[in-house]
Design a protein around this ligand. Sequence first.
Ligand SMILES: NC(=O)C1=CN([C@@H]2O[C@H](COP(=O)(O)OP(=O)(O)OC[C@H]3O[C@@H](n4cnc5c(N)ncnc54)[C@H](O)[C@@H]3O)[C@@H](O)[C@H]2O)C=CC1
Length: 289
Amino acid sequence: MKKRILITGGNGQLGNCLKKIAPDYELNYDFRFTDSSDLDITDEAAVFDFFEEYKPHYCINAAAYTAVDFAEKEEEMAFSVNADAVAFLAEASKKFKTTFIHVSTDYVFDGETEISYSEDDFTQPSGVYGASKLKGENLAIELNPESIIVRTSWLYSEFNKNFVKTMLNLFSQKEELSVVADQFGQPTNANDLAEALMKIIANENKTYGIFHFSNYPETTWYEFASKIAEFSKSKVKINPISTDQFPTAAKRPRRSTMDLSKIEEKYNVEIKHWEQSLEECIGILNNSK
Ligand SMILES: NC(=O)C1=CN([C@@H]2O[C@H](COP(=O)(O)OP(=O)(O)OC[C@H]3O[C@@H](n4cnc5c(N)ncnc54)[C@H](O)[C@@H]3O)[C@@H](O)[C@H]2O)C=CC1
């Protein structure tokens, strides 16, 4: 019998990457991709009805309110999607014996450290988005201890809006641009995250709790942008600037580098170098032109 996987936020960046690889797994799994038009996760009754009807073995929550700066003004909406709705999914997962796989963020940390964050390090979000995601994590674990939470960072892919696509767009319009060089983190190709989530699902001997997944090692937005330029053969000139020179509504962590050893050990997932994963993404984007 095929195991049933419900994916929420199926039209998002991660959702699209999961859709892309789903055919590789269709021998063993049945996938049901949903998004707010057919399963609004903030609608508690709709969530429970969906679980009742589909009875998923796994639920991957790829739905989220991800507008980090807007969240500062839309606190209620951010908490509704990133916390309240996560509670509905966690509760429904518990009721229907579904393994709940929830995706979270490095923004649960304040970034004021020189050491890579491990999963049980002190969390202290500096903005509304991070606070709403942290509340979602806590609710998931409280309501369904058999939840698997995967924190990721600096997500990009060939789909939807993201830093890589924004840069490529700017490169085609400008000869020169400035990018922040004093914030450190780990880019993540969402296709690699999608494969990691399927590896977790395939593992018969599940470990629950929080895991960190990204590409490695750490870099800065400036170095990331410079590699995007190099791999896309752009002649654009990129100037390094400081965070103070690029104010945003929500404060970003200065250094949110995550330790990846737990997911590597427990789930044997491959952690790829970010430059390799970036080159693959740019290759895909070039071929689709
Ligand atoms: N984008 C990034 O740089 C990072 C993202 N993350 C996390 O990774 C996960 C995936 O992010 P992305 O794919 O980039 O997000 P995205 O913004 O591309 O996709 C989110 C999806 O959720 C859907 N959605 C929003 N509200 C909904 C609702 N009420 N009911 C059902 N669906 C709803 C949207 O329609 C969209 O399709 C999220 O949990 C996010 O918080 C973590 C770190 C970095």
